[in-house]
Design a protein around this ligand. Structure first.
Ligand code: BGP
Length: 482
């Protein structure tokens, strides 16, 4: 106990930051890039959801088209990350730079070259790229021509893409993840989740729940095949699952609330069960049978799942949630059909209403460790907030420092006291970028401020926030100096 203050994380701990191609690169139609599902979404705000269009409607703002222009500015941006001492940089490879339509035979050399250059730039500073293959940015053509992941054909398109990039970057990347937050679509009644994860727009006569299970199955098979392909190409590759980890607590100790929270957790995390254990959990096999969902799951698929278990578990952690078996009319906040979330009156929330729960991270790490017994990688964590750029170019974001400090503190406790094997920590949006949920720029996570707002002002200049200097110190001390 006494040693805890002296405690720092393992010597080779991967401190860094995380982003996704579509949220920062911009250059949406440069270098033969194809249209992705992120490129067809408009800017939302003030509780209004982003619209899904064809990507070129007059009068609409498409925030991902330019984003923060990282595509052209990455040498300067990587230099800033290096200044903070980053050991790794999590980003994604935009599928549409490599296969602009998704179903062509040959990859696009210009896209491949871009990531060669980007990874070389990182490696120059000793920063290792950590790569997500599919981060809410699949080719839009695959949505139009095949209906996205409702189609089994997607497995072939995805694994071809995976094979090409595994081969190309065989010496530059070690840590990979297959699908970002694959389990977000457990919230299938929000049309947005099924679209961003799987490129599925449901028709009125379709059951979104069935589509979610079908898409999730095809993705699990594609992920397992990708694991096998990766290990054939380089046995040193580490391929991870990536889930959005939101512990869902029971509202009370009433047994039906407890059972409800257990089922909510099972429904959110079956994706990881399949990717880690290589088999479906029993409750889900029974559920699919009882609901008569009639899914396309073959015996050959089940063998693939068994043979393609992931090497580690990547996850995002922003918040916890609470569920109740029965609706309380006084607590109607976010009460949704398939999750039944109610507020946690013990927690403060962010400007965007996300409950802040650092201890929930320690709880989550323990829960995942007991369930999966795999190395963990916290690949997203952070606070979306409104920042103010002062006249002298400073940004005083003490609230972000507090959020990150409190979470790192709990993360260290999970490692030190609870024995969790943790590979690294990459706070989300280490440089300000476009929000995935709302399309806003003003919802900022960065340690680096980017001068661009939602009203059309954009010098795109970069500024170091107070959190930049603080995080540099954290990395320098390997987590001792918080
Ligand atoms: C996760 C996504 C990221 C990121 C983050 C913050 O769900 O993996 O892409 O955007 O959440 O969410 P938002 O941008 O909606 O604030």
């Amino acid at each position: 106990m006494e040693n805890y203050n002296q405690f720092s994380l393992p010597k080779d701990f991967l401190w860094g930051g995380a982003v996704a191609a579509h949220q920062l690169e911009g250059a949406w139609n440069v270098g033969n890039k194809g249209l992705s599902i992120a490129d067809v979404m408009t800017q939302g705000a003030n509780g209004v959801e982003r619209k899904i269009t064809d990507g070129i409607q007059k009068g609409e703002i498409y925030p991902n088209h330019e984003a923060i222009d990282f595509y052209h500015r990455y040498p300067d941006d990587i230099k800033l990350l290096a200044e903070m001492g980053f050991k790794c940089f999590r980003t994604s490879i935009a599928w549409t730079r490599i296969f602009p339509l998704g179903d062509e035979d040959q990859p696009n050399e210009e896209g491949l070259q871009f990531y060669d250059d980007l990874f070389d730039e990182c490696l120059k500073y000793g920063i290792q790229p950590v790569i997500t293959l599919s981060h809410f940015e699949m080719p839009y053509h695959l949505v139009e021509a095949y209906g996205g992941w409702r189609s089994r054909k997607m497995i072939g398109f995805f694994t071809k893409f995976a094979r090409v990039v595994f081969q190309r970057y065989v010496d530059k990347v070690k840590y990979w993840m297959t699908f970002n937050e694959i389990n977000n679509q457990a919230n299938f009644d929000a049309r947005f989740s099924l679209f961003t994860n799987s490129g599925i727009l449901t028709r009125k006569d379709e059951d979104p729940e069935r589509l979610m299970y079908q898409a999730g199955h095809y993705e699990a098979v594609a992920s397992a095949l990708a694991v096998q392909i990766a290990h054939q190409i380089n046995s040193e590759f580490q391929i991870g699952a990536m889930i959005a980890m939101i512990p869902i607590y029971p509202a009370t100790p009433k047994p039906d609330d407890v059972l409800k929270s257990e089922r909510a957790m099972q429904s959110r995390y079956w994706f990881a069960d399949v990717q880690v254990n290589g088999r479906y959990p029993d409750w889900l096999t029974a559920y699919e049978r009882n609901q008569n969902l009639g899914l396309d799951i073959t015996l050959a698929d089940l063998d693939v799942l068994k043979a393609g278990k992931v090497d580690y578990l990547g996850f995002s952690y922003y918040m916890s949630a609470v569920t109740a078996a029965h609706k309380d009319e006084n607590l109607d906040y976010k009460y949704r059909e398939n999750q039944d979330l109610v507020p946690n009156t013990y927690l403060e929330s962010s400007d965007w209403g996300w409950p802040i729960d650092p201890e929930g991270l320690r709880y989550a790490m323990n829960w995942l460790n007991d369930r999966y017994h795999l190395p963990q990688f916290i690949v997203e964590n952070g606070l979306g907030a409104v920042d103010h750029l002062e006249k002298d170019g400073s940004v005083h974001d003490q609230y972000r420092i507090s959020y990150l400090r409190d979470h790192i503190e709990q993360m260290k406790r999970a490692v030190y006291y609870d024995g969790v094997d943790l590979i690294g920590y990459t706070p989300w949006g280490c440089i300000d970028l476009v929000s995935a949920g709302t399309g806003e720029m003003d919802k900022r996570y960065g340690l680096v401020y980017v001068d661009k707002d939602d009203q059309g002002h954009a010098s795109l200049k970069r500024y170091k926030k107070d959190s930049f200097y603080w995080y540099a110190k954290v990395i320098e001390s390997n987590g001792s100096d918080l």
